[in-house]
Write a protein of this length. Sequence first.
Length: 137
Amino acid sequence: MKKIGIWMDRQKAHIVTLTDDGEKLDTLFSDVEFFNLKSSAPARVRSGGPQDVVHERKYLERENHQLKEYFEKLAHSIKGADALAIFGPADAGEKFKKELEEKHTALAKKLKTLRKADSMTDNQVKALVRDFYKHLK
């Protein structure tokens, strides 16, 4: 049985795979760019006019497109899972769950939990996944 636990945020996903042969940790990095939105208006007119809205929308669309690509790569890398658990600090896990429900329904049905978890070291991520599946039985 192949049990997979993922600790993820927008920058990377630590994928812990538990099998009868042992455990393996892989890291998948996203290509999501983080944009520092700055106003294009002069200093005295920085009230958030229409020129700012157009730029912000463009950045947000690009970020959403990059997130979808990241989620697609992540879904492809876990396609053989028998059970799936997702952990992470922000909303990336919730967005990934939604993506699974929309495009990868077979994987979405194998999802056992979606929990908030702060940043962790690699060993802490492995321990979190091991403990989750140990107590799931």
